[in-house]
Structures are given as structure tokens and as C-alpha cells.
Design a protein around this ligand. Structure first.
Ligand code: CP
Length: 291
């Protein structure tokens, strides 16, 4: 997967045409807001030769009462081969896959998972960490509880051999101590509310967005969160001097991360965005090769 993503990076940068999805129709169904995931899936699909259509649920027949399942069945009947689904409900892509004859790719569902984000984060870290991901100390700070990005990154980064530390207010870490116990012993996951402990010596730090739409009143106010956990330049000094700074986006500048850190020397945030296209090209090419 990572080797293929590297090949896709070269192809995309050089605008080399590829035929992996030639003759395939891909539909993006994003029932929740998105900038980078939707655009990068669509750009990736076009770079592989697919025909791409988008369904905007707010302007679709779901506003007339059509169900999600009937919408998916309709997209299938129109001849789509691949369906990319983002939904505020956890499990929606799984439901879609039961009613769609082609391939379904999860573009982020509720609190549950954002697998292609985790893949592009892993790809970005592989390119930025001089000693590689195995053995690297990766700290994820923020509203872990409501974060599908954090959940997917725990699985991918610990599988790749990183030591992952999750940090945030206690209310936003609920359930993760149990996850640490459920993981295989070879996977290394720490959970702490102590930001100094979490950042000290880290090789990479990922700040998570404060998600008011999902947190529904739990946890500290934004101002209190910034005071206790915001990734400031002073706090970043606790980490390795060359620690890589990540954020899945969209960023609340000045809330979970200081603007000077977000735009600073150590930031790989825009590289994450750029890597979204070739990583999703690799995912789509692999998926399409299955049929
Ligand atoms: N990281 C991410 O999923 O961003 P978007 O919501 O802009 O797609």
C-alpha cells in the first residue's frame, strides 16, 4: 500500500495519466461536510481515469424522505461501480456496502473510523521521520473520544510499530484505557491527561480538532481547552526538536493549535493534505483491482 502510494505520488506530481479506473464510474456521497477528503477522492479518481459524480444529500431526494438505503440502491442502479461514503452516523458505509453491488470506501463515519486519513497520516510520517515509524513516539492530543481520526490512527500506527500516546481532558479519553488493554501486547498505547508527560520526547505530535458538533457539551470550553492542552510553541519545545506536527484538519487556529505552530517549521499539515490524493489513488487502485 505505501509502496503503491509512493508510485502514485510520482504519477500525480508529473500528471502522468493512469488507467486503473478507466471505464469505472465513481460516486462521492458526502452526507457531512468535507473539504479535503471529498476533493482528494475526486481528484484521485480522475487521475486514475474514472468518471466521477457527486451527490449532495442536501440537494438530493433525501430531502423528500428517501432513505439512505434507497439512495445507495439508486446510485447502484444508475451504474456506479465505486461509492465513497462520508456520514455522521457510525456504520453508514457498512450499511451502504450491504446494498451496493460495487465497492464502498469509508470516507469518515461518525466517531467510528476514518481509514484513509490514517493511511495518509502514516504515509506522511514515513516521509518525515528520519528513523521511520517503528519505534517512533507519536502523541495525539485533543478530543480523542469523539475522533474517528484518533481511532483509526491508533490501529494503523500501533500496527506500524509506533508507540502512541493519547492525551486530553479525562472526559475526552473515556473508553480508551479499555482499548489499550484490548490491543495485542506488541502494540504500544498509552493514555494520559498529563500534557507534559505526553509531549516530552515525542517524535510526532498530532493535534485534534475541538469538535463542538460531536462533543455535545462534554469536556472543557474551547478557551479552557486551549489553556490546558493547546499546542503552543512553548509546549512543542517539550518534544524532540525536530518533532513533526500533524493535524487532520480542518484546523481551529488558536484553539487546539497555535497559528505559529500550525504554520511553523515543524508543521507537516499541508503535506498531509497533499498526500491525501496519492494515498487515495492507491486505495482506489487496490480496491478496483479486486473486481
Ligand atoms: N480530515 C478531514 O477529514 O477533513 P475534511 O473534513 O475537510 O474532509
Amino acid at each position: 500500500m505505501m509502496v503503491l502510494a509512493t508510485r502514485m505520488t510520482a504519477a500525480y506530481q508529473d500528471a502522468q495519466p493512469r488507467d486503473d479506473l478507466r471505464g469505472r464510474r465513481l460516486v462521492t456521497l458526502f452526507a457531512e461536510a468535507s473539504t479535503r477528503t471529498r476533493l482528494s477522492f475526486e481528484m484521485a479518481a480522475r487521475a486514475l481515469g474514472a468518471e466521477v459524480s457527486h451527490l449532495d444529500p442536501e440537494r438530493s431526494s433525501t430531502t423528500k424522505g428517501e432513505s439512505f438505503v434507497d439512495t445507495v440502491r439508486t446510485i447502484g442502479a444508475l451504474g456506479a461501480h465505486l461509492l465513497i461514503v462520508r456520514h455522521r452516523r457510525s456504520g453508514a458505509p457498512w450499511v451502504a456496502a450491504r446494498h451496493f453491488s460495487g465497492h464502498v470506501v469509508n470516507a469518515g463515519d461518525g466517531w467510528h473510523a476514518h481509514p484513509t486519513q490514517a493511511l495518509l497520516d502514516l504515509y506522511t510520517l514515513r516521509r518525515h521521520l528520519p528513523r521511520g515509524v517503528p519505534g517512533a513516539r507519536v502523541t495525539i492530543v485533543g478530543d480523542v473520544r469523539h475522533s474517528r481520526v484518533a481511532r483509526s490512527n491508533v490501529w494503523s500506527l500501533t500496527a506500524a510499530g509506533a508507540e502512541v500516546t493519547l492525551c486530553g481532558p479525562g472526559e475526552w479519553l473515556v473508553g480508551f484505557a479499555d482499548l489499550g488493554r484490548e490491543l495485542a501486547p506488541a502494540r504500544r498505547l498509552k493514555v494520559t491527561t498529563d500534557i507534559v508527560e505526553a509531549l516530552t520526547g515525542a517524535d510526532a505530535v498530532m493535534a485534534l480538532r475541538v469538535q463542538r458538533e460531536r462533543a455535545s457539551g462534554t469536556g472543557p470550553s474551547s478557551a479552557e481547552y486551549t489553556r490546558r492542552y493547546g499546542l503552543t510553541a512553548a509546549r512543542l519545545q517539550l518534544a524532540d526538536p525536530d518533532a513533526v506536527v500533524l493535524h487532520p484538519g480542518p484546523v481551529n487556529q488558536g484553539v487546539e493549535i497555535a497559528r505559529e505552530v500550525s504554520y511553523g517549521r515543524q508543521s507537516a499539515i499541508l503535506d498531509q493534505v497533499s498526500n491525501g490524493v496519492p494515498v487515495r489513488m492507491a486505495v482506489l487502485a487496490l480496491v478496483a483491482s479486486e473486481s
